[in-house]
Structure formats: structure tokens, C-alpha cells
Design a protein around this ligand. Sequence first.
Ligand SMILES: C[S@@+](CC[C@H](N)C(=O)[O-])C[C@H]1O[C@@H](n2cnc3c(N)ncnc32)[C@H](O)[C@@H]1O
Length: 286
Amino acid sequence: MAELVDAHGSGPCAARCGGSNPSVGTKKSAELTRFRRVFYYLHPAKAMSDQLQTNKAGKTLFYDPEVHRIRSFVTRTGRVSSGQERAIQELGPSFCVPYEKKQLDYLTLFDRQADTIFEIGFGMGETTATIAEALPHLNFIGVEVHTPGVGALLKLIGEKGLKNIRIIQHDAVEVLENMIPDNSLAGVHVFFPDPWHKARHQKRRLIQPPFVQFLCTKLKPGAYLHCATDWENYAEQMLDVLNAEPQLENTANGYAPRPDYRPVTKFEKRGLRLGHGVWDLVFRKK
Ligand SMILES: C[S@@+](CC[C@H](N)C(=O)[O-])C[C@H]1O[C@@H](n2cnc3c(N)ncnc32)[C@H](O)[C@@H]1O
């Protein structure tokens, strides 16, 4: 995939941990390694992401610090509730998949043969859980970087007794590049991606020509790409970008009616009451 411009400074991160860390051997890094072992024992879902990659401040990174590109997210330090933490402890080991540079085998991952839908940025996971419950014959891989969101979706998985969701806590772009086989997905959901309102931040928007072109290589022929946004200017950009992608065709004439499987979220209902619009776009790979 064409790399976008570096948004994270040019130097590679010096503080990578794990056995291959060249600085292991110094007293400080040995202490740090011991601390991380205990920390990740207590927080298994964090340990599952990318084999403990951290920045200089010891913060877990959900992207490869050596791959320089503009990211569509910022890593926020939101509070993890006790219910979310419990869900991470109890259900994380069964439903979270560690990020690694190795292609997934869906048959092994879900223990069945079924079509697989990939979701980028599930937020707090309400929509993901509702759809997975309504469509039990499909597999869902949800990707999100935000730890409270991972905990919230795991909690819903537990409450609803869902079996057809797997979670990867990592940059979805890297997950697609390194874990998702070509021509393997039956659908991709991108619901309310961060709109990056300010003009100078719009380069961070996910739906841009190089990314969409790359995303199409992961879709099977006939598979769909469903995007939704409540930001008109982003909806227009999505429509332009998706229309211009030769591997895709629009299933509607312009914006699509909201497909029944996508529930209207609380946030969306509030927006609609205030007169704001929501735009769905459903394209198919030719
Ligand atoms: C505005 S929220 C929308 C959440 C959810 N889809 C919804 O409809 O409520 C966008 C989410 O996408 C996540 N996100 C953005 N870029 C991502 C990426 N490259 N990989 C994984 N998650 C990402 C953010 O962390 C954030 O939680």
C-alpha cells in the first residue's frame, strides 16, 4: 500500500521491549522488562497487542512505530471502568486476537466456515454487538485502538453470549496489511470514522484513494464496503473517493438508504432530532 507521509517524527522508537530489544542488559531496561511482565500479566488484553511495543514513555503503542504514516486515530488515555477491566481479564484471552505479522486463518479463528466481516474502529462496540447478534451466521473481526472500547465490546460479548466476534486492538491499517489475506473478506464496516474537521487534519481521514484501493484487495469479488458518517463534508469526500475507485460499484444512486442491519445509535438519534444528517454509502467490489 502506498505509504502516507510521516506524522510521528522521523526517528524509530528506541524503547521497544521484548527479547529482541537491543538495550536489554542495562539495569534500567531490565527493571522496565520486569515491570512490563507484571503489568501485562495483570492486563492480558494489552499484552496481546503487538508483543508489547511501547514508546519512550512506556505507553503501549497500537501501531508499528517504525512504519511512518499518517494515522487515522490518536491514542487516548480514557478511563477503563471496573466492568470493562473485568471483561478484559475474563473474556480478553478468548476473544482478543494478538496483533502479529502473520495472516489469519478464519476457519481456525472462528472454528467454522462462514463469511467474515471486518470493522474498522468499533468505538464502544454497541453497533458491532447488535449486528453480530442479529447475524449469527457471519463472523466479525472488530478492530479498535481504544482500550475502554475493547473492554466495552468484551462486556457486551459476555452479556449477549456472542460467539461470532473477535477483537484486535491495533491500527486497522496494519491489521489489514499483515493479518488479512487478499480476497478474503465478505464485507467491511466503517461507521462514523473520525471526521477530522479541521482542514489541516483532513489528511488523517481514513477514506482516501490509496487506502480504499488497498482495502479493495482484501475484499472478495461481490463483497461490500459500507461507510456511514454524520459529517456532510466527509460524506461528500467518501462518495467522490468510492465512485472514483475502479474496483468498486455503487449499490445505490449516490448515498444509500441505511441498511436494516445497521442500528441507529443513541448518538445518531440525538443528531437526527437536532436536524443533522447521516449518510450511508454501500459499494460492492466488482
Ligand atoms: C468516531 S469513533 C466511531 C466509533 C463507532 N464506529 C461508532 O459508530 O460509534 C471512531 C473510532 O475509530 C477508531 N479508529 C480510528 N482509526 C482507527 C484505526 N486505524 N484502527 C483502529 N481503530 C481506529 C477510533 O479509536 C475511534 O474509536
